[in-house]
Design a protein around this ligand. Structure first.
Ligand code: CMP
Length: 139
């Protein structure tokens, strides 16, 4: 089925001017960008978005990184969008990511790993609603 997922192009990518290169890989994987905006996350947004990780040892580092420079938040649409996006992103740790994936090609480390993508349809809806009003999504 055609579904939607949520993506973030992270600060390590915007800093290196890779917004277009990453978006091209998403599009070539069969995903369509139906909403996109460049934002500088507040602490409140970064902590709220990653609240599920608040007890992890890397939480502070993760929040500081996501606030450090602009990001591009996107809604992606396509056939089985969550799985399709996870496949093109590759493993969280770029050292473990498959050849040809976004993280294998561009990520710097497990923290500076270029992209975020929702891990389920349920979380995709929650994450899309966290950053977008329905009126901003144009399918
Ligand atoms: P993301 O998909 O955005 O969701 C949680 C993020 O935590 C994950 O990508 C990683 O970038 C980050 N992360 C996971 N493990 C570590 C770690 N050991 N050190 C720093 N960041 C991490």
């Amino acid at each position: 089925a055609v579904t939607r997922t949520f993506s973030i192009i992270k600060p390590d990518a915007t800093r290196r001017n890779l917004t277009g290169a990453v978006t091209q890989m998403l599009e070539e994987a069969g995903l369509r960008v139906v909403a996109s905006k460049r934002i500088h996350m507040s602490r409140e947004q970064a902590e709220g978005f990653y609240a599920v990780h608040s007890e992890r040892p890397f939480f502070g580092e993760l929040v500081e990184f996501m606030m450090s420079e602009p990001v591009v938040v996107q809604v992606l649409e396509g056939e089985d969008a969550v799985t399709r996006n996870r496949d093109i992103m590759g493993a969280t740790n770029p050292a473990e990511a498959a050849e040809g994936t976004i993280r294998k090609t561009h990520a710097l480390s497990i923290g500076e790993n270029t992209v975020h993508g929702s891990d389920s349809d349920e979380n995709a809806k929650i994450e899309i609603d966290f950053f977008f009003d329905a009126s901003e999504i144009v399918g």
